[in-house]
Design a protein around this ligand. Structure first.
Ligand SMILES: NC(=O)c1ccc[n+]([C@@H]2O[C@H](COP(=O)([O-])OP(=O)(O)OC[C@H]3O[C@@H](n4cnc5c(N)ncnc54)[C@H](O)[C@@H]3O)[C@@H](O)[C@H]2O)c1
Length: 305
């Protein structure tokens, strides 16, 4: 039996899910939802049901699971509604903008015995997985994640990214979860120690330099920017005690902006399917990134900016 999916939010990121669904033999797209008719138009002549309100999509008893691709501030309400409707949930990052809300969703998923998975696509990046297999992080004295892009290139005509209330902040709120989850996935639990955040005239964070402590006091740092003029850089620099280095370039071999996402979202979908079929993810993945983003802004505020 295939897993019947609905997608809520048919914007930029939905493209990667649609491509992954074309490759999938276990998941099948049955419904889509967007408040924009323009974004539903490509499905009008297909058997996929179109909804402009996610409440009606969630009422569809044939759907097993939903993917939530809404602007960040809408994740909590949509996840809550989906879990209440008995659907398994795969939510884009960040799971929520507030830690208590993330914990509440995890509790609901546990109570209802439903999958709640945050889509951290770097967990399925071929280069990262190979480096982990090869033990590249062993013996590291410093690990630096470099996550640079120009937000306009990603967001296109969508403006909510630059509205702090919708995004949860700027590059720390939006790219921070991916970076923090990638580092935690590779290294273990992290604690934020220092955060320098660079803001634009509107007060939106466009760059950040964050120092963290990893397991055993490992020095970890994250460099983020949203105004990078040279395309995209998404890599991990590992420095060893003898002075040597190893770079995991998560974009290596992926020509064009965001093309690495194609294979990564196939991984997201496969993880969602296996979780629904037995190894339930209960929302734990996703929570720690919410904590680390909260701690980053809190630390900056307590340092008096
Ligand atoms: N991991 C990544 O690299 C990555 C990349 C892109 C986006 N994302 C995440 O994916 C999510 C979506 O981002 P995006 O870039 O696709 O945004 P987007 O603005 O392109 O798409 C969002 C869509 O949601 C629709 N929408 C808004 N409110 C709605 C509602 N109440 N009901 C139904 N539809 C509604 C909009 O019309 C729009 O089509 C965000 O949480 C973002 O952080 C992650």
């Amino acid at each position: 039996m295939t897993i019947k999916l609905g997608i809520i939010g048919m914007g930029v990121i939905s493209h990667y899910y649609l491509k992954a669904l074309q490759q999938s033999t276990v998941c099948e797209l049955r419904a889509v939802c967007d408040t924009s008719q323009e974004r539903l138009a490509p499905f009008a002549a297909s058997p996929v049901a179109c909804h402009d309100d996610y409440a009606t999509l969630l009422d569809d008893p044939q759907l097993d699971a939903v993917i939530i691709n809404l602007p960040n501030h809408l994740h909590f309400d949509a996840c809550k509604a989906a879990l209440r409707a008995g659907k398994h949930v795969c939510c884009e990052k960040p799971l929520t903008l507030d830690l208590q809300q993330a914990l509440q969703l995890r509790d609901m998923a546990r109570r209802y015995q439903l999958t709640l998975l945050t889509a951290f696509h770097r967990r399925y990046n071929h280069h990262l997985l190979r480096a982990l297999e090869q033990g590249r992080f062993e013996g590291a004295r410093q690990v630096t994640a470099r996550y640079h892009e120009r937000i306009e290139e990603h967001a296109g005509r969508d403006t909510w990214y630059l509205d702090s209330a919708s995004c949860g902040g700027g590059c720390v709120a939006d790219n921070g979860p991916n970076v923090y989850d990638t580092l935690s996935f590779a290294l273990g639990t992290l604690q934020v120690q220092r955060a320098e955040i660079r803001r634009n005239a509107m007060g939106v964070d466009m760059g950040a330099q964050i120092s963290l402590a990893g397991p055993g006091g490992l020095a970890v740092s994250a460099e983020l920017s949203w105004d990078y003029p040279f395309g995209e850089q998404k890599d991990l620099l590992i420095e060893y005690a003898d002075g040597s280095q190893f770079i995991i370039d998560m974009l290596e071999g992926s020509e064009g902006f965001k093309t690495s996402l194609y294979h990564e979202y196939e991984g997201v979908l496969a993880h969602l399917a296996s979780s629904i079929r037995g190894n339930a993810e209960d929302g734990t993945i996703g929570i720690d990134a919410v904590r680390l983003v909260r701690d980053t802004y809190a630390l900056e505020a307590s340092d008096g900016r």
